[in-house]
Design a protein around this ligand. Structure first.
Ligand code: NAD
Length: 263
């Protein structure tokens, strides 16, 4: 099989494509021939990714979208499908760390915000894409986290961890439900990856104080002695989006340099 431009003729939707894992994936899938629809609430960052994809010879549309708002997700998905006539790949990746604080201090509003973006946003991205994916089959990849099933020392991350666990269960249910439509659904669980996500974490002093000390230097994953890169995650997404993974669905794949095996 010619692996050069393996996604030629396909259309990919990527949420959170303006930064980090979503950005690297958009650039890689674009180089492999996919037309890229970026849904992100950071329109300026997404516009820079679009420019890079176009410099690389690809095509990209940016739709300013908050994935926690149903009408915006529905409109964004429809706009991309109408522009290019199809959707083959959905990377439901937008997410936030949100507020990290002990449970007794965590407000119901902060809980809701994390769940509305991470979990409900994933559900809605998939929901509104399914009618288009059903036409010819396709591949959905969801970004969860090692926190979705293995709990680290991050005391205070209860809302985040619960939302990430929800994504794993949702992905497996969706894989079974959508198999008859030839839609594959897989969920990836990154460990620490060098991106901007940490900068936007609202981690309280109480959470810092409650954190259980880890016995290895932070960011030092056994495999490479450092955090992973967004480009490494993008390579996994490319594999899951493309024909070499045609028999894989409902899989939960850790990409963490063995970090989660330490605990
Ligand atoms: P990032 O902050 O670099 O990128 C996240 C992107 O999502 C940004 O472009 C942001 O604008 C967008 N986004 C956030 N909320 C949004 C909303 N409501 N609507 C639309 N777009 C929104 O972070 P990242 O590390 O690339 O994170 C991507 C995914 O990877 C997230 O789901 C995150 O939970 C997951 N993850 C990251 C790590 C890590 O260490 N970086 C580890 C495990 C899982």
């Amino acid at each position: 099989m010619d692996r050069n431009r393996i996604l030629e003729g396909q259309v990919a939707i990527i949420t959170g494509g303006g930064s980090g894992i979503g950005r690297s994936t958009a650039l890689l899938l674009g180089k492999q021939g996919a037309k890229i629809g970026l849904l992100d609430r950071s329109e300026d960052e997404a516009a820079k990714v679009k420019e890079q994809i176009e410099r690389d010879g690809g095509e990209c549309i940016v739709v300013d979208t908050d994935v926690s708002l149903a009408e915006q997700v529905e409109a964004g998905v429809r706009q991309i499908a109408e522009q290019w006539g199809r959707i083959d790949i959905v990377f439901a990746n937008a997410g936030i760390n949100g507020t990290w604080t002990p449970i007794e201090d965590l407000s119901p509003e902060d809980w809701d915000q994390t769940h509305q973006i991470n979990l409900k946003g994933t559900f809605m991205t998939v929901k509104y894409a399914v009618p288009y994916l059903k036409r010819q089959g396709g591949s959905v990849i969801i970004t969860s986290s090692v926190n979705g099933t293995r709990i680290f020392s991050n005391i205070g991350a209860s809302a985040y961890s619960a939302s990430k666990a929800g994504q794993v269960a949702f992905a497996k249910m969706a894989a079974l439900e959508l198999a008859q439509d030839k839609i594959r659904v897989n969920v990836i669980c990154p460990g620490a990856i060098e991106t901007n996500i940490g900068e936007n974490t609202n981690r309280t002093e109480e959470a810092e104080e409650a954190a259980i000390p880890v016995e290895y230097p932070e960011g030092s994953q056994p495999l490479e002695g450092k955090s992973g890169s967004a480009e490494q995650v993008a390579e996994l997404v490319l594999f899951l989006a493309s024909p070499p993974s045609s028999h894989i669905t409902g899989a939960q794949i850790f990409i963490d340099g063995a970090e989660s095996l330490l605990i």
